[in-house]
Design a protein around this ligand. Structure first.
Ligand code: F0G
Length: 357
């Protein structure tokens, strides 16, 4: 049978029964790509892999959680779903709701969502409202509305989202035949670090892996409430996907960090953009800026000697960086970073001159 998505593949680990109508776009099964470039930068014998979640059907990791959340919503006879979003959740919710025939309501922070994501939510037919406030304000409203009206919340506070997203760790372990030694991941609302840690723990308790990775979470400097230890009223970062000042799964993220012996650190916008460009120009991978916080994070830690100091006693320790969303989500950022193409006259001579022949 051909591949049919994460519910089909990992049913035994998911809250799915015979009665659950499965809504899938064949999400998951994303590539784990070896990066010789980053392995060289980190050095000390490490092997660095990139879990490229940008190739999911709507271009981000959210699809893993959304297939479960929307399938369960349908099973529970919901007619409408709602989320607050910095963009990717809304794109995914809108697509899966469209397939399920459910109404989808979306609240986004006005003016702070990448164009690709907005166009996805709109084309899939969601009712999109741009709130004059940030993500945290929008999520507060969604929590209130969904607790008062018969609308299912599909943010990662919905436990089915976490269940689906934990399959990312299963895939990594299935592919490596073991857990990675370090798992690097961007942190926004902190659902995904919670989900990956849950996935690793479940595989460990089922004997599928015999050690657990250290979880390395990275926030953007201007939106780093967990690192600073207090909520940020007015978070700012170029990585709009993680422009969040008061993460819903704050405690769970700290738990993942503490239980795994890892850390949650911050990276500057400049470090994020540098990682973004390096990934694109050296590894051929176009990931959205927020995704690159994981790569910026390991480069920063490596400069501080972290990986040397914490090297496991084995030949080739592994680091997996999750690249959470596709670069095409935010084309404006790419062009602002790198510039626009030069315009030339339509003549061979002029072109050859430009390309140096
Ligand atoms: N990377 C990308 C591309 C994201 O879209 C998000 C979150 C994260 C990382 C952080 O994941 O919130 O689970 O810690 N995006 C949410 C959204 C908030 O609305 O699309 P997290």
């Amino acid at each position: 049978m051909s591949y049919q998505g994460i519910i089909h593949r990992y049913k035994q680990f998911l809250p799915i029964s015979e009665k659950t109508p499965i809504v899938t776009l064949n999400e998951g099964n994303t590539p784990l790509i070896y990066s010789s470039y980053l392995s060289k930068i980190i050095g000390n014998g490490y092997r660095v892999y990139l879990k490229f979640e940008g190739v999911n059907p709507t271009g981000s990791f959210k699809d893993r959680g959304m297939t479960v959340a929307i399938s369960k919503a349908l099973e529970e006879k919901a007619t409408a779903v709602m989320c607050a979003s910095t963009g990717n959740t809304s794109a995914s919710a809108a697509a899966y709701a469209a397939k399920a025939g459910l109404c989808c309501f979306v609240l986004i922070p006005n003016g702070h969502i990448a164009l690709g994501k907005l166009s996805q939510a709109m084309i899939h037919g969601a009712e999109v409202l741009a709130v004059e406030g940030n993500f945290d304000d929008a999520l507060k409203l969604v929590r209130e509305i969904t607790s008062e009206y018969p609308i299912t919340l599909v943010n990662s506070l919905n436990p089915y989202r976490i269940e689906g997203q934990k399959t990312g760790s299963f895939e990594i372990c299935d592919e490596l035949n073991q857990a990675p030694d370090f798992h690097a991941i961007p942190v926004g609302n902190a659902g995904n670090i919670t989900a990956y840690w849950k996935g690793y723990q479940e595989y460990f308790s089922h004997g599928k892996i015999n050690f657990l990775p250290k979880m390395l979470g990275f926030q953007a400097e201007g939106a780093a409430p967990i690192v600073r230890g207090y909520p940020i009223a007015n978070p700012q970062t170029i990585a709009t996907a993680i422009r969040i000042g008061n993460p819903a799964s704050w405690e769970q993220a700290e738990k993942a960090r503490n239980e795994s012996g890892g850390l949650i650190e911050m990276v500057s916008d400049q470090e994020i953009i540098s990682a973004y460009q390096q990934l694109a120009s050296k590894d051929g991978i176009f990931a959205e800026p927020a995704s690159c916080a994981s790569v910026a994070g390991i480069i920063k830690l490596s400069l501080q000697g972290y990986f040397k100091k914490n090297k496991p006693k084995k030949e080739s320790p592994t680091i997996v960086c999750v690249l959470t969303g596709h670069g095409l989500k935010d084309p404006d950022c790419a062009l602002q970073t790198i510039g626009k193409p030069k315009v030339v006259v339509a003549e061979k001579k002029a072109i050859l001159k430009e390309i140096g022949y």
